[in-house]
Write a protein that binds this ligand. Structure first.
Ligand code: B16
Ligand code: MG
Length: 215
């Protein structure tokens, strides 16, 4: 076995909150009379809340917004988003993901989280994974969001392992880039896998267990 730890991205890997993000940003974009669709939403994967707002504002043509206005809009989006997260429950954690996590842990691997989301503790609580991971690095302990490697380097530090001993699992191209910049190998799912951004480009979470370096 080559790797000692796995750093999982949260949204798009362990669970799926992109529809909730989309609906909440849509309310804001409509309010600002700014076009926003699922193609733009796709660019928000792994990107921090404020950086996401900047992407949405690329097409904004209304009166100039101050930093204070932007922070208010981002907070408003987050309030709407958190309301929808209340609908999440342990049923939103698939058997495939839970069984694969348990299998990887039984092989002696450390399981950690590396997410841009400041809502990570709330989401993990909602899906029944409170206290499950050996270390959590998230939007609350970083100053630079993916593709900066900070979130993954912090996950390795919190788990007391060298970055070179970690495998990142990501669904976002920006997240895969962050993993590589952290000196880690990357296994991709979803959008990042379609874009061949990883060292392994998987079609299902369960395929992680077949990676030779995790055996
Ligand atoms: P929040 P990940 C990311 O989570 C999401 O993919 C991205 O869409 C979101 O903007 C970002 O978290 C920040 O989330 O507003 O909850 O702090 O994919 O890195 O787990
Ligand atoms: Mg993600």
């Amino acid at each position: 076995m080559k790797f000692k730890a796995i750093v999982f991205d949260l949204d798009g890997v362990i669970c799926f909150t992109d529809e909730y993000h989309y609906r909440a940003w849509k309310v804001l974009a409509d309010k600002l009379n700014t076009p926003f669709d699922r193609t733009i939403n796709n660019r928000l994967r792994g990107v921090s809340r404020m950086a996401s707002l900047e992407i949405i504002l690329e097409k904004y043509t209304g009166p100039a917004l101050t930093q204070e206005d932007k922070e208010r809009f981002a907070a408003e989006k987050n309030d709407i988003y958190r309301e929808s997260l209340k609908e999440m429950s342990p049923a939103d954690l698939s058997d495939e993901v839970k069984n694969t996590l348990d299998l990887l842990r039984s092989r002696g691997l450390l399981l950690t989280i590396g997410s841009s989301s400041k809502n990570t503790p709330f989401i993990l609580h909602q899906i029944g994974l409170d206290g499950y991971f050996d270390a959590i690095s998230d939007g609350n302990n970083i100053t630079h969001s993916k593709p900066d490697p900070e979130v993954f380097l912090k996950a390795a530090e919190f788990a007391h392992v060298d970055p070179a001993d970690c495998l990142v699992v990501e669904d976002a191209v920006s997240g895969a880039e962050a993993g590589h910049r952290a000196g880690m190998k990357v296994a991709c799912l979803g959008d990042a896998s379609l874009n061949k951004a990883g060292d392994w480009n998987l079609s299902s979470f369960a395929e992680l267990a077949d990676i030779p370096e995790l055996n």
